[in-house]
Design a protein around this ligand. Structure first.
Ligand code: AMP
Length: 185
């Protein structure tokens, strides 16, 4: 059995992730090349290294980690658990019980709404936002507005994958320029 601490260099980690991600053309619609990270979840050794990789890149320990539905929950929760900090869910509208705060964002066609529970984020917190993939940045930017609506500060963003050609970072730097992505395309 491989031990949790056996080390992968940064380069190897990036290469391992690249080798494991599956490209699915024309999903969910024609013209989109979907980066499917599902196969990463089959490899718990790699998952452990991804969690460690994110933590090794942190310059400060956040007070809480906010994960975006649904693939942002997986590593988001694991990182928060390893850091022993609260994990906060951001979900699509209508999924969370109790009072919520809402943020709207633009999609390619139309718009969408995400929510967080009103009492989930404390105003004195530095909150790190996590999702599996940064594309246009619309979703993560809306999540950052939810953090600010709660009175808290965005300490940074992290993503397993960034599609750099979509310039998502441009939308996020108004909230924080602490943006970590393990693999860039
Ligand atoms: P965006 O708001 O444009 O940055 O989109 C980010 C969200 O959409 C993330 O939650 C991703 O999981 C998902 N997403 C967008 N584009 C892709 C893609 N090409 N492959 C996989 N997931 C994607």
């Amino acid at each position: 059995m491989q031990t949790f601490n056996s080390s992968l260099t940064d380069l190897n980690l990036e290469q391992e992730i690249r080798n494991t991600i599956r490209d699915v053309p024309d999903f969910p619609k024609p013209g989109i090349l979907f980066k499917d990270i599902t196969p990463v979840f089959y490899d718990q050794h790699l998952c452990s290294h991804i969690v460690e990789g994110f933590i090794a890149r942190m310059t400060e320990k956040p007070d809480a980690l906010l994960g975006i539905e649904s693939r942002g929950f997986i590593f988001g929760f694991a990182i928060a658990n390893k850091l022993n900090i609260p994990f906060v869910m951001v979900r699509k509208v209508g999924k969370l019980p109790s009072k919520t705060l809402r943020a709207e964002y633009d999609l390619e066609y139309g718009s969408s709404v995400i929510e967080v529970q009103q009492d989930a984020i404390r105003p004195d917190w530095n909150v790190l936002i996590h999702d599996d993939l940064l594309a246009t940045g619309g979703t993560a930017e809306a999540a950052a507005r939810l953090v600010k609506k709660s009175g808290a500060r965005v300490s940074g963003f992290n993503f397993v994958i960034a599609l750099d050609f979509l310039n998502g970072k441009e939308k996020l730097i108004q909230h924080s320029n602490n943006i970590t992505c393990l693999v860039h395309y």
